[in-house]
Design a protein around this ligand. Structure first.
Ligand SMILES: [Zn+2]
Length: 161
């Protein structure tokens, strides 16, 4: 799958999953002074998973003429133009962005998008008590301090689902 990613993807340590290709515009890279995002991006560039593409002028014009022009940052306009270009090239792709104006732009232009933080919002913590030795599970509301099977200490574990 091809993904166009915005700055939020890089800033939130977005996952460059294997087997996919990621695209962004040079302006997005310019947006951060944050060293770790820059390092992650540069390493992805080097590995050939992330590609920087400057959209063609005609697609930039289309974005500038749309009613979203005033609501989008320069980098976001470039991303929107790149998405129009991919659509025009009949590529199968999706855009990672949390920007509401960009999402509106993509909805209207029938371009697939996914929120960047969806994964982390979906995660919920589950508390569980477990014996440190035999592994017997207890209810998180259990008052027991020692395992009733082996007498070892019961620990509270946090699991993310
Ligand atoms: Zn036990």
């Amino acid at each position: 799958m091809l993904y166009i990613i915005d700055a939020a993807f890089l800033l939130n340590g977005g996952d460059f999953t294997e087997g996919n290709q990621f695209f962004t515009v040079p302006q997005v890279m310019d947006e951060f002074k944050d060293i770790s995002s820059r390092t992650v991006s540069l390493s992805a560039l080097k590995k050939g998973i992330l590609f920087l593409i400057e959209p063609e002028q005609s697609f930039i014009l289309k974005v500038n003429e749309s009613r979203f022009a005033g609501k989008l940052s320069f980098a976001d306009k470039m991303l929107a133009a790149l998405a129009l270009q991919f659509k025009n090239e009949k590529k199968e792709f999706s855009v990672f962005t949390d920007d509401f104006s960009l999402q509106n732009f993509f909805s209207i232009n029938k371009i697939k998008f996914e929120p960047v933080l969806r994964g982390s919002i979906k995660k919920t913590a589950v508390f569980q008590k477990k014996c440190s030795s035999c592994g017997k599970k207890f209810s998180s509301k259990s008052e027991l301090k020692k395992c009733d099977v082996c007498g070892s200490e019961i620990q509270l574990k946090t699991k993310f689902k």
